[in-house]
Design a protein. Structure first.
Ligand code: HEC
Ligand code: HEC
Lengths: 262, 367
C-alpha cells in the first residue's frame, strides 16, 4: 500500500507538472488526419464503388472495387527537424471504411510543422513482419521472385474501352520493383524501392487547439500524371512488372494533396 | 530519434505518469469481482495457438462474456455430439460436422432431420476464433460463433427443435444439470448457455500442423511438385490464389472476406447479396480456408465440384462472367489463365500439403 501511495503521489506530481509548465508550452493536442478520396474534383466513397463510371485520361471507363493502401512513418516535423511520430503505419481501406480518419493525442509544442509520411513501407520497414497486415493478406509472398515485403496499394476494378466492351479486370497493385529473371531479361535490373515520401508544409499547431488535417487522394492521378496510363496494355499481373512499378511510383507522386477548404 | 533529448525524456515521463495514474484507477476498481460466485469455480484456460499463428497473425477473437473454461469446453463438446439438440433425437451438430472430415460431411447438401436436404454444402469447422470479422456461414449471415449456434437447432431442415424443448430435455437429463452448473454456476439452463458452451468447444478446434506448416517451421522439405504448386499459387500470372486465400504469412489460408470467384453467370443463390440487400454483393460467398481439402470434398458453397481437379479446372478455364465477378479473376473471356497440365497437377499437390492429419485424428475432438 505504501508503494501505491508513493506512485500515486509521484504520478500526480508529474501530471500537475505537465500542465503547469509555461516555459515549454508543452500541451496535449489532439491531432486528427482525415483521409479523403476523389476522382478529380468528385468525392469518392465506398458508395461510388462497383460502378464503371469514372473516365481516366486515356479514355477508359473505370470502376473501383477495392482501394486500400499503406502509409507509414506518419509524423509532424518542425522547423528544426524535430519529429513527432503520429503513427508507424496505417492501412487505409476505402471499401471497408477503415482508417479513413485517424486521431492521436500528442504532447507537442505550438508552432508550424510539416506533415510527412511514406506511401508504402520504405527500406527496412518493408522487411519486418506485421501481424495485422498478414492477417488481411496484405503481404507479398516471399518465396516468389517478388521477394516478400508488403503491398503499398491494392487498387482493383474493371474497365471498358473501345476495344474491351465487356468490363475487364485490372489489379493496380503497387509493390517494390523487382526485375524478374526470364529469357528476355537474363540480367535483371537492381530491385528498386518504389515507395515514396509525401510532405505537406504549414500545418499550424495552436496552443490548446485541436489540429485537423485533411489529406486527399485523387485516384485519377494514378492514370494521369506524368504518364497517361493505358489500361488496355497495363491491367493485370503488374506486381512482377518492373517498368509498371516505376510508372506507378511516378504517377503516385501527385495523388496526395492537402485539402484546405473543408 | 531526432527529438531534442531533454524534451523527449520529459515527454516520456509525462506519458508514463499518466499511464501509472490510470493503472492505479483501474486497479482500485477491480478488487471486488472475485467474491461473487460461491461454490464451484470453472477453470479458465487459454487457447493454444500454434506457433505460426502467434508469430504471424493477430490474436483470436474470444468474447469477453464467454471466456474459455475447462468445464465449458467439455460441456460444449458433449452438446456438439449429442442428438438431444434435435426434435426427435436423430441429429447432432456432428451429423453434418464430422471430426474425421475436418468437421464437415462429404455430401453435396447435408442431410438434416428426416433426411431433409439443405441448399448449401456443410462447412468444415476449424480456426474459427481467427475469423476476425466474425461473419459466419457461406454468406456471412451469422455474426459470432455464439449467434451461429442458435441457428441449426431451430432450423426446420437441420434439427427442427425449439429452445424451450431443448432446455427441458437438458434440465431433466441425468448429467447435464451438473455439467451446466460446473461451467456456468447456478444460472438456469437455457439457449444462451448452450450456445456459449458449444462456441467454447468450437474455438478449440485448431488446425495448424500440416506438412506445409512443418515446412514453414523449417522441419521438412517440400517435394519439387509441391514447391512448384506453391509457386503457381503465388504467381499473379498463373494461379494468383494468394490475394484471397493468403500465403506463407497467413496460416489461415483465407481472408474470410466475400468474393464472387466466377462460378456462374446467373445465380440461383445470391449469397452475400441476400444478407446486405446490395446487388453488388450478389454471387459473393466467403472465401473458405484451403486447409484440409483432402477431407472436405465436395467443394464450393453448393458442393458442385467433387474433386480438386474440377476446382482447379474452374479457375484455369471455367470462369463465368458476371458483373460482380472479382477483378482478381483474369482472362475471363478465355475462362481463366489456362494453366498447363503440369502446373495444375503441382497446384493440387501443394493444396494437399495443407492437410492436417493431426487435426482429424485428434482424440480430444472425439465424442
Ligand atoms: C443438417 C446439417 C447441419 C447440422 C445438423 C448442423 N450444421 Fe452447421 N452448417 C451446416 C451447413 C450447410 C452450413 C453452411 C450454412 C450456410 O452457409 O448457410 C453450416 C455452417 C456452420 C458454421 C459456420 C462455419 C463458418 O466457418 O462460417 C458453424 C460454426 C456451424 N455450422 C456449427 C454448427 C453447430 C454448432 C451445430 C449444432 C448446434 C450445427 N452446425 C449443426 C450444416 C449443419
Ligand atoms: C477473388 C478471391 C479468390 C481467388 C483469387 C481464389 N479463390 Fe478460391 N475461393 C474463393 C471463394 C469466394 C470461394 C468460395 C466460392 C463459393 O463457394 O461460391 C473459393 C473456393 C475455393 C475452393 C473450395 C474450397 C471449399 O472448401 O469448398 C478451393 C479449393 C479454392 N477456392 C482454391 C483456389 C485456388 C487454387 C485458387 C487459385 C487458382 C483460388 N482458389 C483463387 C475466392 C478466391
Amino acid at each position: 500500500m505504501k508503494k501505491i501511495i508513493f506512485y500515486f503521489l509521484v504520478s500526480s506530481f508529474f501530471i500537475l507538472g505537465c500542465s503547469s509548465d509555461n516555459d515549454v508550452k508543452l500541451q496535449n493536442t489532439k491531432i486528427t488526419i482525415n483521409f479523403n478520396h476523389s476522382w478529380e474534383d468528385e468525392k469518392v466513397t465506398k458508395d461510388d464503388f462497383n460502378d464503371v463510371k469514372f473516365t481516366n485520361k486515356n479514355g477508359e471507363k473505370v470502376s473501383i472495387e477495392k482501394y486500400r493502401y499503406l502509409l507509414s512513418n506518419i509524423r509532424l516535423v518542425d522547423a528544426n527537424n524535430i519529429e513527432t511520430k503520429l503513427s508507424d503505419y496505417l492501412l487505409i481501406n476505402v471499401g471497408e471504411e477503415k482508417n479513413l480518419s485517424f486521431s492521436t493525442e500528442q504532447l507537442i509544442l505550438e508552432g508550424t510543422y510539416s506533415l510527412q509520411f511514406n506511401f508504402g513501407f520504405s527500406g527496412e520497414d518493408n522487411e519486418k513482419d506485421y501481424n495485422d497486415l498478414n492477417s488481411v493478406n496484405f503481404n507479398v509472398p516471399s518465396d516468389s521472385p517478388l521477394n516478400g515485403g508488403y503491398h503499398y496499394m491494392q487498387f482493383d476494378g474493371k474497365y471498358t474501352s473501345s476495344s474491351t466492351t465487356t468490363p475487364a479486370p485490372f489489379n493496380y497493385h503497387a509493390v517494390k520493383a523487382e526485375d524478374i529473371k526470364n529469357p528476355a531479361q537474363p540480367t535483371p535490373r537492381e530491385p528498386r524501392d518504389t515507395s515514396f515520401g509525401v510532405t505537406f508544409s504549414d500545418i499550424l499547431v495552436n496552443e490548446g487547439g485541436e489540429v485537423i488535417i485533411n489529406v486527399n487522394s485523387n485516384i485519377a492521378e494514378w492514370f494521369e500524371n506524368p504518364h497517361t496510363w493505358d489500361l488496355n496494355k497495363l491491367n493485370t499481373v503488374l506486381m512482377p512488372d518492373y517498368d509498371a512499378q516505376i510508372l506507378m511510383n511516378e504517377n503516385g507522386q501527385s495523388v496526395f494533396s492537402l485539402q484546405t477548404d473543408m | 530519434m531526432k527529438m531534442d533529448n531533454q524534451f523527449s525524456v520529459y515527454k516520456q515521463i509525462c506519458k508514463l505518469s499518466y499511464l501509472l495514474f490510470f493503472l492505479l484507477l483501474l486497479s482500485c476498481s477491480s478488487e471486488k469481482n472475485e467474491q461473487e460466485d460461491e461454490g464451484y469455480t470453472p477453470v479458465f484456460v487459454s487457447l493454444e495457438s500454434p506457433q505460426l499463428f502467434r508469430d504471424k497473425i493477430i490474436a483470436p477473437v474470444i468474447p469477453e462474456n464467454n471466456p474459455l473454461t475447462k468445464e465449458g469446453i467439455a460441456l460444449g463438446k458433449k452438446l456438439f455430439f449429442d442428438k438431444i439438440l434435435s426434435k426427435n433425437n436423430t441429429v447432432s451438430c456432428a451429423t453434418c460436422h464430422n471430426p474425421k472430415k475436418a468437421f464437415t460431411d462429404n455430401l453435396q447438401f447435408s442431410k438434416g432431420i428426416n433426411d431433409n436436404l439443405g441448399t448449401r454444402n456443410s462447412m468444415p469447422l476449424f480456426n474459427l476464433a481467427w475469423n476476425f470479422d466474425e461473419r459466419f456461414a457461406w454468406d456471412g449471415k451469422e455474426f459470432g460463433l455464439e449467434e451461429q449456434a442458435f441457428e441449426p437447432v431451430t432450423n426446420h431442415l437441420e434439427m427442427n427443435s425449439n429452445w424451450k424443448e431443448v432446455a427441458n430435455k437438458l434440465q431433466n437429463h441425468t448429467e447435464y444439470p451438473t455439467l451446466f452448473k460446473q461451467a456456468f454456476g447456478d444460472t438456469p439452463i437455457d439457449s444462451n448457455l448452450v450456445v456459449k458452451a458449444i462456441a467454447q468447444f468450437e474455438r478449440t478446434l485448431i488446425s495448424g500442423n500440416s506438412k506445409f506448416d512443418k515446412f514453414l517451421r523449417g522441419e521438412i522439405e517440400l517435394s519439387p511438385e509441391e514447391e512448384n504448386g506453391f509457386a503457381v499459387f503465388i504467381d499473379e500470372a498463373r494461379g494468383d490464389c494468394f490475394h484471397c486465400h493468403g500465403s506463407e504469412k497467413n496460416p489461415l489460408w483465407t481472408d474470410n472476406k466475400f468474393h464472387n470467384n466466377g462460378l456462374d453467370t446467373n445465380f440461383s443463390d445470391i449469397g452475400l447479396g441476400a444478407v446486405t440487400g446490395d446487388p453488388n454483393d450478389n454471387g459473393k460467398f466467403r472465401t473458405p480456408s484451403l486447409r484440409n481439402l483432402e477431407f472436405t470434398a465436395p467443394y464450393m458453397h453448393d458442393g458442385r465440384f467433387s474433386t480438386l481437379e474440377e476446382v482447379i479446372d474452374h479457375y484455369s478455364e471455367g470462369l463465368q462472367f458476371s458483373t460482380t465477378i472479382d477483378p482478381l479473376m483474369k482472362k475471363i473471356d478465355k475462362g481463366g489463365t489456362q494453366l498447363t497440365n503440369k502446373d495444375k497437377k503441382d497446384l493440387k499437390a501443394f493444396l494437399l500439403s495443407l492437410s492436417d492429419y493431426d487435426f482429424i485424428n485428434n482424440s480430444s475432438f472425439n465424442p
